[in-house]
Design a protein around this ligand. Structure first.
Ligand SMILES: Nc1ncnc2c1ncn2[C@@H]1O[C@H](COP(=O)(O)OP(=O)(O)OP(=O)(O)O)[C@@H](O)[C@H]1O
Length: 214
């Protein structure tokens, strides 16, 4: 479902070259989960951005959803993110002028999925009662959970999540992890998540520690 071979990624900033990946290779089969771990700056977010087309890479080969991504046009990436790749990043992409329920319905509709029962996704993530609130009327952790509800509703084959429990207390983090893995099993999605939360990483099928580069 996803394979990365010999990935090289460099950033140039103020005359310096930061080599984030120097030949990274890994693969993940459909329906499996992979935890990306490693200290701050080891490249977790960069890798997730590469896997959804928001960041370029210098060398290597990335194959996902039966496509070679090198040279994939921008609109093809946009279509992948609309229908097939669910992205949960730290700055959630909720529409500020729509309620949480409307955001979830919009996401499902754009992916061509049913918009019935979208409230159930919010409820599973502990957001019952907040459906009619606007994003600026809820907390950062609640927005992050609403972003996850949007991904559940769009039912993508691949989910990329950056610190999905990052701003949550332990109990809520546990609820969110339960909901995430339950949903993943139900739809057989493939999951790649970056986290500093080791109990969450331990719940994934496989792990990739980016410490010290690849
Ligand atoms: N646009 C950029 N320009 C220059 N350097 C960058 C850029 N984006 C990231 N980097 C550098 O690339 C490295 C990897 O950053 P990245 O954000 O992927 O790390 P991370 O493992 O996700 O960190 P954290 O756990 O703190 O979120 C860091 O050294 C960072 O400073």
């Amino acid at each position: 479902m996803l394979s990365v071979t010999g990935l090289v990624k460099r950033f140039e900033s103020s005359g310096d070259t930061v080599r984030v990946f120097d030949g990274l290779s890994f693969s993940i089969a459909a329906g499996r989960s992979l935890a990306l771990t490693g200290p701050s700056g080891s490249g977790k977010s960069t890798l997730l951005n590469i896997l959804c087309g928001l960041e370029s890479f210098d060398e290597g080969n990335v194959r996902l959803l039966e496509r070679e991504v090198d040279g994939l046009p921008r609109d093809a990436w946009a279509d992948l993110r609309r229908r097939h790749i669910g992205v949960v990043f730290q700055d959630s992409n909720l529409m500020p002028t729509m309620t949480l329920a409307e955001n979830v319905r919009l996401r499902a509709g754009l992916a061509g999925r049913s918009t019935e029962g979208t409230g159930d996704w919010l409820e599973r993530l502990g957001l019952a009662g907040l459906e009619q609130r606007y994003p600026d009327q809820v907390s950062g952790g609640q927005r992050q959970r609403a972003a996850l509800a949007m991904v559940f509703a769009m039912e993508p084959e691949l989910v990329l999540a950056d610190e999905p429990t990052g701003s949550l207390d332990r109990q809520t983090a546990h609820t969110v992890a339960d909901a995430l893995f339950r949903w993943q099993r139900e739809v057989n999605a493939t999951l790649v998540l970056a986290t500093h939360d080791l109990p969450l990483a331990d719940r994934c099928d496989d792990g990739l520690d980016l410490a010290g580069g690849a």
